[in-house]
Design a protein around this ligand. Structure first.
Ligand code: SAM
Length: 240
C-alpha cells in the first residue's frame, strides 16, 4: 500500500512512519511513504508563505487554497505516472485529518487498508481554506474530540492503524483482526515469562496446554474486561 502524505512537516511523518513495524514493512516493499511538502508549492519563492489572515477576522492564520491545491495536483499526477494510468491519481481517496471528521475506528482502518494508494492531508494553524477542501477531500477523519497543533500526529495514527491490516505487515496476518475491536470486544490479558513476577502467578490455565480451555478463558476475559472498561462496547456487543 502506498501512502502519500501532504503536510507542512514531513519530518514528523517520516520519523514516525519509518520506525518499528511500519519501517520494516517499508523496507520489505509492503508499504511506501511519499511525503509532499505543501510549502514547496508556495507561489512566494522568497519566504515560502503558505498561510494568510482569515477573511472576517479572528485568531490565527489559514492555509491557502492555491498551495494545497497545487500540492494535491502534483500528488495526483505522481500517482498517475507511477501506475501509467491518468485515472489512477483521480481515483485516489484524499483523507483530511480534521477535528470535525468521522471519529477514526478499527473498522475505518480496515476499510482504508483495501485501497492501493491513499492521500492524507494534514492541516496546520487554524486549518485550510474551505474551498480547496470541497474540491479534493473524499474522507474527513478525526482521531478524537480534542484539537492538535497540526494533522501530522493524527495522520501517523491513521497510517499506523491502517498498515496493520495490510497483508504481511504484521508477523501474523490474523492479529489485526483478533486485536481489540476486531469482534467488538477488547482483547484478553497477555502474559510472558517469568511465570511468577513479584509474587503474581500467570493464570494456571495458560500453562495447561489445553487449547480449548485457553480459548474459553480468553473469551471470558474479553467479556469481563470489556464490561468493566468499556460498558458502551459491551452493551453493543451483547445486544447484537
Ligand atoms: N481551527 C480548527 C478547529 O477548531 O477545528 C483546528 C485547527 S488545528 C489547530 C490544525 C490542524 O490540526 C487541523 O487542520 C487538522 O489537520 C489537525 N487536527 C487537529 N485536531 C485534530 C483531530 N482531533 N483529529 C485530526 N486532525 C486534527
Amino acid at each position: 500500500m502506498n501512502f502519500y502524505c501532504m503536510s507542512l512537516f514531513p519530518d514528523i511523518i517520516k520519523s514516525g512512519f519509518e520506525a518499528s513495524i511500519t519501517g520494516r514493512a517499508v523496507e520489505k516493499g509492503l508499504l511506501s511513504l511519499t511525503n509532499v511538502n505543501i510549502r514547496d508549492f508556495s507561489p512566494d519563492k522568497k519566504h515560502f508563505k503558505v498561510d494568510d489572515y482569515p477573511y472576517g477576522g479572528g485568531a490565527g492564520l489559514v492555509m491557502k487554497a492555491d498551495c494545497v491545491f497545487d500540492a494535491y495536483e502534483y500528488t495526483r499526477d505522481t500517482i498517475s505516472r507511477y501506475w501509467g494510468c491518468s485515472e489512477a491519481g483521480n481515483r485516489t481517496r484524499v483523507v483530511y485529518m480534521t477535528p470535525r471528521g468521522e471519529t477514526f475506528s478499527q473498522k475505518k482502518a480496515a476499510e482504508l487498508a483495501k485501497e492501493r494508494d491513499l492521500i492524507i492531508l494534514c492541516g496546520h494553524y487554524e486549518g485550510i481554506d474551505e474551498r480547496v477542501l470541497e474540491e479534493i477531500v473524499t474522507d474527513n477523519i478525526s482521531i478524537g474530540d480534542y484539537v492538535l497543533t497540526g494533522g501530522e500526529l493524527a495522520a501517523l495514527v491513521v497510517m499506523d492503524a491502517v498498515s496493520r491490516f495490510v497483508p504481511g505487515v504484521l508477523g501474523n496476518d490474523e492479529s489485526a483482526y483478533t486485536d481489540s475491536f476486531g469482534d467488538g470486544l477488547l482483547e484478553y490479558p497477555q502474559y510472558t515469562r517469568p511465570e511468577v513476577f513479584r509474587g503474581k502467578q500467570v493464570p494456571e490455565v495458560l500453562l495447561s496446554g489445553h487449547h480449548a480451555n485457553v480459548e474459553k478463558w480468553r473469551y471470558e476475559q474479553k467479556l469481563e474486561i470489556t464490561k468493566r472498561m468499556r460498558p458502551d462496547l459491551y452493551e453493543r456487543y451483547t445486544k447484537g
